[in-house]
Design a protein around this ligand. Structure first.
Ligand SMILES: C[S@@+](CC[C@H](N)C(=O)[O-])C[C@H]1O[C@@H](n2cnc3c(N)ncnc32)[C@H](O)[C@@H]1O
Length: 804
């Protein structure tokens, strides 16, 4: 990708200085979503409210009016000329017409004008269906394809059905429009299983029409093949072979579908500190819902439980931590447990798990300090609920191999580099192979001393069942061994057909492999309190490893940063929590921030994210109690690292590369992450070859004047960086960067803190707006792929004409 030397910009401190560089929109994201503004370049005269005009339609509709309207918008006709065409045409028929004709820009204009792109015509067909209907064999028509993409990115409902119960995927399958089918299935994966009035699935339709590419795409997406007349019954030739092989693969895997389905994000219903997701990678069983989750016993009938102070027998280790062992004069509770069984918050190595003693922990009647007491391990853990570690409920399926269930390492290798899966593949032990791969999915890609994968081995030995199991597990067909042989080169017959078909399927999907692969369990390398997994559900790209994860800036060269006590100007709220607002006699730090912007550890609802003020938090020189200070939100969050919520790095696909998404809910106003990297003088940053991760900390001239050193600074997260470096741009973002000053008040060096601007749900990508300044330069080389309905740069600046 070609890039300029323009940087990502922070928002402007407009109250105190004249805007120059900064171009973060002064429109709030919600304004961007609702205002039906027609782009200037689409209309020659003053902005026109097409929505209102479309509503004014009166009298019978002229057959050609929709087409005329589209053509007129495209031709840039004047407002006076457009009005008569608009009033004689409904927005729906114009949208349908534009969709069928592949008029991308007309559709875009209608969408911005407020036309409902999901409205159906008299046959209950939506513009999306019309666009798909126009797609011919082999998906040749470029404009219609663009229309499908535009409609999907603007939120068109891919699962709407017409009067015959056909969804857009049925029409794609009928037309053999393979690429559009991939797009539709990405937008609505469940449409794979949609059934029309004849109970036909898209797989039936594609198979009947003999559209092989569509068949393999639907199979790869998990299309079912066991309803009434089977898809295999309605076809012959290549389609039939593909469907039959898929049936055999499903059988060989014992019905095991390795796709991970998240059935429920927290089976504890919010009762545990660590939510417990429920996933099923095995079958179609829904989440268990026949019980009520509790974190303490419920008593259906009265029971006399003795919880008197006398029975509790609290110890007398006044203010202590009860770390002394059992014996005279030592903690009474530890003595009750016979000896001290805990060390560093865990059971000691010699604890007799086979015949465990009863443990008596210190309790609320003890004289010790329960926060630090060494004999209150479960007592403290109980404050989290009933589950003290991160867990998930999963579908275990049938009985497991004894060894595997006892934790045997399925990925260990012998002296020739063969793992247990290689030996299974060699012996043709299909069932054991399934168990091994469940325990260690990555073993499917293991390579021995000859660079043979288990697929090479199984194929060479002609073990067909093992071959299909390995293929179903995502074993790669394009990996050469040290003799330069692909798995397909070392076999013949059924194994060869299975491997070749799989290669074709991968090609037909454009390399798109929808299986979730965990590439790394913590990309932060243990540096964050919440580990950050890296997953790829899109392609074969390995985890990014070209950078070193840091949670604070690194300085390649010495920089003069002013962190003197004088500049830090601590407040004088002795022992207090600084919760008073700004004003005389109130917390000096809050006053510096103009007003109190935090409430309950988050930014207040009225915080101006589109034009954020600088926030001055209390710091280590303040007189307040930093543990409870209401003005030390980021300061405290920073003790976790640079990422303050649960996230994962994922493959966003397309030009967006990697992205960062939340794996737990994040409330609006919460600090999400700090942008860390190499701290550079701006002049030096400009000389760096790549600018993908460059964040300009630009300070306005009048503020710069107040700094001891007047060098503007930049953060480059390319070589050293925190998770925020993975945040992509969106024109409809859910986080926004704010300058926060914590332990340093050099105005050039805020903590660039990304706050949630709306409630973020698990799975939502975390994105911020890079700003018009960034895109005004970048859009010459790339278009924005954020997919927001109000995307400001959906096409490259210099290719816009070509698109129409
Ligand atoms: C700070 S990085 C974001 C992380 C990056 N995607 C990665 O793979 O590491 C910024 C770069 O990501 C890409 N990018 C981010 N948002 C994008 C968008 N909405 N459309 C296209 N490319 C985007 C651009 O190449 C941009 O220069």
């Amino acid at each position: 990708m070609k890039c300029s030397n323009k940087r990502i910009f922070l928002p402007d401190q407009r109250e105190q200085c004249t805007p120059a560089y900064l171009s973060f929109s002064t429109l709030s994201p919600s304004q961007l979503d609702t205002a039906p503004v027609i782009p200037e370049d689409l209309l020659p005269s003053t902005p026109l409210n097409l929505e209102l005009l479309c509503k004014k339609r009166e009298g019978p509709e002229d057959e050609d009016s929709a087409r005329k309207l589209c053509d007129a918008i495209l031709a840039g006709e004047s407002l006076e000329d457009l009005i008569p065409k608009i009033v004689s045409c409904s927005a729906l028929s114009a949208a349908v017409r534009a969709a069928a004709r592949g008029h991308v820009r007309a559709l875009h204009a209608l969408r911005l004008a407020g036309a409902a792109l999901d409205a159906a015509d008299t046959n209950m067909r939506t513009p999306l269906m019309h666009a798909v209907l126009e797609l011919g064999d082999k998906d040749k028509k470029g404009k219609e394809k663009l229309v499908v993409r535009l409609l999907l990115s603007r939120g068109a409902d891919a699962s709407s059905v017409d009067e015959e119960g056909n969804a857009a995927v049925h029409w794609c399958a009928a037309a053999g429009a393979a690429r559009a089918l991939v797009q539709l299935l990405r937008a609505a994966p469940h449409a794979t299983h949609a059934r029309n009035a004849h109970a036909d699935t898209p797989l039936h339709v594609a198979a009947r029409q003999g559209h092989y590419a569509c068949v393999v795409i639907l199979l790869a997406q998990g299309a079912r093949n066991s309803a009434g007349e089977l898809p295999a019954d309605v076809c012959t030739g290549a389609c039939h072979s593909a469907i039959s092989l898929n049936m055999q693969m499903t059988l060989a895997m014992g019905g095991h579908v390795p796709r991970r389905k998240l059935l429920c994000s927290d089976i504890s219903n919010g009762r545990e500190a660590f939510p417990i997701p429920c996933v099923n990678e095995v079958d179609d069983e829904p989440a268990p819902d026949e019980f009520t989750y509790v974190t303490q016993h419920v008593m259906p009938h009265h029971l006399h439980i003795d919880d008197t102070v006398e029975t509790l027998q609290g110890c007398e280790c006044k203010g202590g931590d009860c770390s002394a062992g059992a014996g005279g004069g030592e903690c009474a509770c530890v003595t009750l447990s016979v000896r001290r069984w805990y060390a560093r918050g865990r059971l000691r190595a010699d604890f007799p798990y086979h015949d465990p003693p009863m443990l008596f922990e210190c309790n609320h009647t003890c004289a010790c300090n329960l926060k630090k007491c060494a004999n209150a391990v479960v007592t403290r853990a109980r404050s989290l609920g009933a589950t003290f570690v991160h867990t998930e409920v999963f579908r275990a399926g049938g009985a497991r191999g004894l060894l595997l269930s006892r934790g045997a390492d399925a990925s260990s290798v012998d002296e020739e580099g063969n793992a247990a899966v290689h030996w299974c593949a060699a012996a043709g032990a299909a069932r054991a192979l399934v168990q091994l791969l469940r325990a260690a999915p990555h073993a499917a890609h293991a390579r021995n001393a000859h660079a043979d994968t288990p697929l090479h081995v199984a194929a060479r030995q002609g073990h067909y069942a093992c071959v299909v199991i390995l293929l179903a597990q995502g074993a790669r067909t394009d990996v050469e061994n040290s003799a330069g042989e692909l798995p397909a080169d070392v076999c013949t017959g059924a194994c060869h057909s299975a491997i070749s078909l799989n290669m074709q399927m991968t090609l037909a999907m454009g390399g798109h492999v929808p299986r979730r692969r965990l590439l790394c369990s913590d990309i932060s390398n243990g540096r964050e309190a919440f580990p950050i997994p890296c997953v790829n559900e899109v392609d074969d790209e390995p985890a990014p490893d070209e950078f070193t994860y840091v949670t604070q800036h690194v300085m390649p060269h010495h920089l003069h940063i002013d962190d003197t006590v004088e500049t830090l100007q601590g407040c004088e709220c002795k022992g207090g929590d600084c919760s008073a607002g700004a004003g005389s006699g109130e917390c000096a730090c809050v006053t510096l921030s103009v007003r109190r912007w935090y409430a309950r550890g988050r930014l207040r609802a009225d915080f101006p994210y589109h034009d954020p003020p600088m926030l001055f938090e209390c710091n280590h020189t303040c007189a307040c109690n930093l543990k409870k200070c209401a003005n030390a939100v980021v300061t405290r969050a920073r003790s976790l690292g640079a990422t303050f919520v649960h996230t994962e790095v994922f493959r966003a696909g397309g030009a967006r590369g990697w992205g960062l998404r939340a794996t737990r809910r994040v409330a609006r106003g919460s600090p999400v992450a700090a942008y860390c990297g190499e701290l550079l003088p701006a002049a030096r940053a400009d000389t760096r070859a790549a600018d993908h991760y460059m964040f300009a900390l630009d300070v306005k001239d009048d503020l710069l004047e107040q700094c001891v050193d007047k060098t503007q600074l930049c953060v480059d997260a390319a070589v050293y960086g925190s998770a925020a470096r993975f945040m992509n741009h969106s024109c409809r973002p859910n986080v926004a960067p704010v300058r926060v000053f914590t332990a340093c008040r050099d105005l050039r060096l805020p903590v660039v803190t990304l706050f949630a601007t709306k409630d973020v749900q698990p799975g939502d990508e975390l994105t911020f707006d890079y700003g018009d300044k960034f895109w005004s330069v970048k859009s010459k080389w790339m278009k924005c792929e954020c997919g927001a309905p109000t995307c400001r740069y959906p096409v490259k600046a210099d290719s816009e004409e070509a698109e129409t």
